[in-house]
Ligand binder design. Structure first.
Ligand code: 5GP
Length: 184
């Protein structure tokens, strides 16, 4: 049996990774979306086990110590990580798996899964990114400032990735991702 592929979608917070991912999964329900563990508090409407596994810092540190995470990173004061087992099981069964993660984690994946396809989503500009982060109204001012600061550093890493896609038009960006995965 052919194994599945690992696909990593990365880029700064607010760039539209989540929206693009939802559209991609609608078009390709055969892809398996990995659910991450995080120490961040759930936002309104977020569901345990669907958006994230919401865990305490202690629980997260136990997952790290037990080597149960494929990658993990601290982002804007919280931990985020990918549970290893479901990803490995799906890939072994021939299903392709997609991760939506930040840049530090995406770098780690390059070491453990060198054949993973890593796609970096860029904003049209930093000003547009700031506008998007502010207008979604999900974060407090301190968190927004932290996310913007991190975004600047993350954008400098864009050239490390296999494919770069500018999200200035949702349909066009979706097509770019689709082509990168299915018509390489
Ligand atoms: P948010 O708090 O907005 O849900 O996510 C913050 C950032 O963490 C986003 O860039 C998101 O892609 C990233 N993220 C989500 N899950 C993971 C994960 O498992 N590992 C890593 N490294 N980053 C993640």
């Amino acid at each position: 049996m052919q194994t599945g592929r690992l696909i990593v979608l990365t880029g700064p917070s607010g760039v539209g990774k989540g929206t693009l991912l939802r559209l991609l999964l609608k078009k390709h329900p055969e892809l398996y979306l990995s659910v991450s563990a995080t120490t961040r508090q759930p936002r309104l409407g977020e569901v345990e086990g669907k958006n994230y596994y919401f865990v305490s810092r202690d629980q997260f540190e136990q997952l790290v110590a037990a080597q149960e995470l494929l990658e993990w990173a601290e982002y804007a004061g919280n931990y985020y990580g990918t549970p290893s087992l479901p990803v490995k099981e799906k890939i072994a069964c021939g299903q392709s798996v997609i991760l939506e993660i930040e840049v530090l984690g995406a770098r780690q994946i390059h070491k453990t899964f060198p054949n993973a396809l890593r796609i970096f989503i860029e904003p049209p500009s930093l000003a547009e990114l700031e506008w998007r982060i502010r207008s979604r109204g999900k974060d407090q001012e301190e968190a927004i400032a932290q996310r913007l600061q991190t975004a600047k550093v993350e954008l400098e890493a864009a050239d490390e990735f296999d494919v770069k896609i500018v999200n200035d038009d949702l349909e066009k960006a979706l097509l770019g991702i689709d082509n990168a995965i299915f018509c390489p």
